[in-house]
Design a protein around this ligand. Structure first.
Ligand SMILES: Cc1cc2nc3c(=O)[nH]c(=O)nc-3n(C[C@H](O)[C@H](O)[C@H](O)COP(=O)(O)OP(=O)(O)OC[C@H]3O[C@@H](n4cnc5c(N)ncnc54)[C@H](O)[C@@H]3O)c2cc1C
Ligand code: SF4
Ligand code: SF4
Ligand code: SF4
Length: 442
């Protein structure tokens, strides 16, 4: 494992991927959120900081860039021997429809809470332009938090409170991105881990806030429209986000399809924070149960209610997810590892290869000889070729969906993107001043 952090003794906001941990764990309470350029990041108040270095040890953004921890990569490859793979969805049609993919996360949490397997869960709720991490034991809160938020959420700003509950003997479930689960596993004493159920979301990357600004500009119904809120992605599958604007005295809604949000700009990772560009773990190696969209030819282009891909990593995860199915909360269909590669082609293969190449280039600056993991690389390529063949029908269905989405916007939304974007570009802080993004309460 290479560790090249010798120059860093506190977090560097440029690498912030928005997990929220440092804010709650800094012993001097020296870290808060702030606007830097066109993004929101964790930032250190120099006058309070004692350079203890704790924030650097835990920060996933910095660790992604400056620590080459191959164990994540290895376990990702070894974890291809997962305990089980399923396609699945919520048995509650309402949850299934109003979730990100198949509503597995929401219904699984519901099972855990209703059957008293856990007393609390950590979920992230979206309201207006803000994300609110929420520790709750109420099913209504869990259901209201469904859907995927593709911008920084700082979910682990509640980690301190959650750890306190675990220490007091409570069992809890955490829903988070791979890096968030990694942090929790790092700070949680081994003997307490049994009390926590880790539910991971497969993650391509998080988006910085300038992209939200751009999306609002792009789909704005008029020059005078002011952004009010953005919803998480939900509503059928692949689903959409809803942008709300105030135009004069009325509220106007614009629905943006999944692929119009995840278009070429985020796809080529222009919107990702630096910390995400060097991330190995997109499949959540630290999850007991990992959930993703079922981007698979079996379902894509056919199902509109929602299907999730469920990757089960541990015995604990397997026992619980099966019980949730037996008790009628979720429906599970057996699948194979190759189905997981096919559905998550980018996250398993492309992103891993990109990260390897980026690290090899980056580490040269420090004179570190980056040993390319040849065997792992060949294994990745072998699996990638097998699943690419399985994926061909998906690519066809994707192309059709994309063309439809494009047509809808061409005919329904006047694109004034250019003019509005120039306005924001000239004054990058304008967006944040006008809409007060992220009034996060911890
Ligand atoms: C940033 C991001 C990137 C993703 N990238 C991919 C991808 O490339 N490919 C893919 O197949 N799937 C990806 N996913 C996962 C996918 O969008 C769904 O979240 C997943 O399939 C679960 O769907 P569901 O219907 O079971 O979840 P739901 O039942 O809708 O529940 C979602 C849960 O996730 C929590 N949540 C939502 N957003 C966040 C967040 N940003 N941080 C922490 N918790 C959150 C909510 O609190 C809720 O409890 C991504 C998700 C996120 C948030
Ligand atoms: S990624 Fe997390 S730990 Fe690192 S600076 Fe951002 S909020 Fe803090
Ligand atoms: S170095 Fe220590 S005191 Fe300073 S911001 Fe980080 S955690 Fe807080
Ligand atoms: S790409 Fe990695 S570091 Fe970035 S948000 Fe996803 S899991 Fe975290």
């Amino acid at each position: 494992m290479y560790r090249i952090m010798y120059k860093i003794n506190r977090i560097d906001s440029r690498y912030c991927v928005g997990c929220g941990t440092c804010v709650t764990l800094c012993p001097r309470k020296a870290i808060g959120f702030s606007v830097l350029g066109s993004d929101i990041v964790a930032i250190v108040d120099e006058s309070r900081c004692t350079d203890c270095g704790l924030c650097v040890l835990i920060c996933p953004g910095i660790n992604n860039v400056y620590v080459d921890d191959r164990s994540v990569l290895d376990s990702l490859l070894r974890e291809f021997r997962v305990k089980a793979v399923y396609f699945g969805w919520s048995r509650d049609e309402n949850i299934r429809f109003w979730s990100a993919s198949g509503g597995i996360v929401t219904s699984f949490l519901r099972y855990l809470v209703e059957k008293k397997v856990v007393s609390y869960v950590l979920v992230t709720k979206h309201r207006f332009l803000s994300a609110y991490p929420n520790i709750t034991g109420r099913v209504e809160d869990i259901v209201r938090s469904s859907g995927s938020i593709y911008f920084k959420t700082f979910t682990l700003a509640k980690l301190g409170k959650l750890l306190e509950l675990v220490r007091r003997g409570h069992r809890v479930a955490i829903v988070g991105l791979p890096c968030m689960l990694g942090v929790v596993r790092k700070v949680l004493p081994r003997k307490l881990r049994e009390r926590v159920i880790f539910i991971g979301l497969v993650c391509y990357h998080i988006n910085t806030f300038w992209y939200l600004k751009y999306v609002f500009s792009k789909f704005s119904p008029s020059l005078r429209a002011k952004p009010i809120s953005v919803s998480p992605r939900k509503g059928g599958w692949p689903g959409k986000i809803v942008l709300r604007y105030r135009v004069n005295n009325s509220v106007k809604e614009v629905e943006v399809g999944h692929f119009s949000l995840w278009n070429a700009i985020p796809r080529f990772e222009f919107t990702a924070p630096k910390g995400c560009l060097y991330c190995y773990d997109h499949i959540a190696v630290g999850g007991d149960v990992v959930v993703a969209d079922a981007w698979h030819p079996k379902f894509f282009g056919k199902d509109t209610l929602g299907v999730s891909l469920v990757i089960v990593k541990t015995d604990k995860g397997l026992e619980l997810i099966r019980k949730a199915a037996e008790e009628g909360f979720i429906e599970l269909i057996d699948a194979k590892s190759v189905d997981a590669y096919t559905a998550q082609y980018r996250n398993f293969f492309i992103r891993t290869i990109q990260t390897l190449v980026r690290r090899a280039i980056f580490y040269r600056r420090f004179g570190v000889i980056f040993k390319f993991p040849r065997e792992a690389f060949i294994e990745i390529l072998r699996l990638a070729i097998i699943s690419l063949l399985e994926r061909v029908p998906f690519i066809y269905a994707y192309a059709i969906t994309r063309v439809f989405e494009k047509l809808i916007y061409i005919f329904s939304v006047p694109s004034i993107e250019g003019r509005l974007y120039i306005r924001y570009r000239d004054d990058p802080q304008l967006f944040f001043r006008t809409i007060k993004v992220l009034t996060l309460k911890t």
